[in-house]
Structure formats: C-alpha cells, structure tokens
Design a binder for this molecule. Structure first.
Ligand code: PGA
Length: 252
C-alpha cells in the first residue's frame, strides 16, 4: 500500500522561538499518539531546520524545507542549497510551490534543476504544481498540469521517482478558502496517476503519493482523503494551528 502523508507548510511564519515551541508540541503529541498510517512532515522556514531536526529526532515527525537554491554551491548571496538543507537533518524539500512560481518567477525548467539538485543531495522532493483560476475556467487545467509535470518532473529516471512526492495544488484554492471538491481532486489525481503510469509504468504510479493542497482543513480533510487517489495533503494555513493540523493528520 502506498504511503499517506500530511505535510504542514508553515510558509513565512513564526519566530525561531515560536517555531521550536510549536514543533516540540506537535512532536510530543505524535510520540504519545502515533499518527498511524500517515507520515507527518513539518516544512519549516530555513532558520528553524536545525532546531526542529533536533526536536523530532525520535522519528515520529519528518522535516522539510520549503525551497532550495537552483545551484549546488558558490557565490549566490542569500541562497540556501539542497546540500545545506540535508546537512540540518531534514529529509524533504518542497519544490515548485505556486507562491515560488508566481512571486519569484520560478518556471518548470528551473524547478526541474532544483529537483535534480535536491535528489542528488539525498533529499526527497515534494513537487508542487497546479492550474490558476483562469486556466480552470477555460478548461485547460489538464493541459497545464501535464506540461508542468512533463517539464518539471518527468525528465527524471524511474529509479529516482521513489524519492518524489507529488502535490497537486490548484492555485485558486491556496489560502483562498475555496477548496477543490473531493470529486475535482479525485478527477485530477486520477489523471496525474495516469500520466505517471504512462511515463514510468504501473508499479511507479501505484506507489506514488499524490497529495492535495489548497484550503484543506479539519472540516473537509476526511472527505478529500477518502478519495482513492488522494494520498494526503499539503497544508498551509491550517498547519499553523496545532489542533487543526492534528485533526487533519487524524483524518487520514
Ligand atoms: P493553504 O495552503 O492550506 O493555506 O491553502 C496550501 C499550500 O500553500 O500548500
């Protein structure tokens, strides 16, 4: 059976102290009451990584960054490389979040480069993509998603695909309170799994975790996760409230 995952994306929130306190309390919860089938990942800002790595070292909660540099090392002021992220103890990195794509002009070619660097550094990549509102309304969402996957991800050899988590995040649902219906999510996730199967074969498609992201909250998580191709969620806003985040994990 493939892995179920709930990943919290803190985005640019919390001071160092607040983040460590929050991570300590989430970790303590899952040490006392293990998350069962779901793998729990906290994707924190860079500054929290070493501290949170220390807190979660018992292994009940995994750790990820939210971005990495598109170069391996060198004179890139202000950047943080995949190798540096790995050295903190993190296991994951989010690549291609829609906020990176839209505010920082990250395109599929660049994101492909970041994904390769992340895997080469020993990280697993949570590769995000999804259509914007106008594309959904124009009915081009399947074409857009296929292009994002073809250019961003599907250059990888099949042996590398077991280090990938796919996160479908319709941009119109992120932070807006508008959630894709469980049917819309399932329709797209099934399509995505079909694309993985076409490119990499049935075994790869069957084991690939495909997460949903976009206004996922305790009130809609169980229904979204009940769909056969929805393997968990990438959670923004609701991952900043401990009770909500735990409720979403428990919905798996
Ligand atoms: P949201 O964000 O849950 O706040 O909509 C999801 C995401 O950006 O990953």
């Amino acid at each position: 059976m493939r892995k179920k995952i709930v990943a919290g994306n803190w985005k640019m929130n919390m001071s160092l102290e607040e983040g460590l306190r929050f991570a300590r309390s989430v970790d303590q919860y899952f040490r006392e009451k293990p998350a069962g089938k779901a793998e729990v990942i906290l994707c924190t800002p860079f500054i929290h990584l070493p501290g949170v790595a220390e807190i979660v070292k018992s292994g009940k909660v995994a750790l990820g960054a939210q971005n990495c540099a598109s170069e391996a090392s060198g004179a890139y002021t202000g950047e943080v490389s995949a190798f540096m992220i790995k050295s903190t103890g993190a296991q994951y990195v989010i690549i291609g979040h829609s906020e990176r794509r839209s505010y920082y002009n990250e395109n599929d070619k660049l994101l492909n480069k970041k994904t390769v660097l992340a895997l080469n550094s020993g990280l697993k990549a949570i590769f995000c993509f999804g259509e914007v509102k106008e594309e959904r309304e124009a009915g081009t969402h399947f074409i857009i998603v296929k292009r994002q996957l073809d250019e961003g991800l599907f250059t990888l050899p099949v042996e590398e695909m077991n280090k990938i988590v796919i996160a479908y995040e319709p941009v119109w649902a992120i932070g807006t309170g508008l959630t894709a219906t469980p049917e819309q999510a399932q329709e797209m996730h099934q399509y995505i799994r079909g694309l993985v199967k076409e490119k990499y074969g049935n075994d790869c498609a069957k084991q690939m975790p495909i997460l949903y992201g976009g206004s996922c909250k305790p009130s809609n998580a169980a229904e979204l996760f009940s769909k056969p191709d929805v393997d968990g969620g990438l959670i923004g806003g609701a991952s900043l409230k401990k009770e909500d985040f735990i409720a979403i994990v428990e919905a798996v």
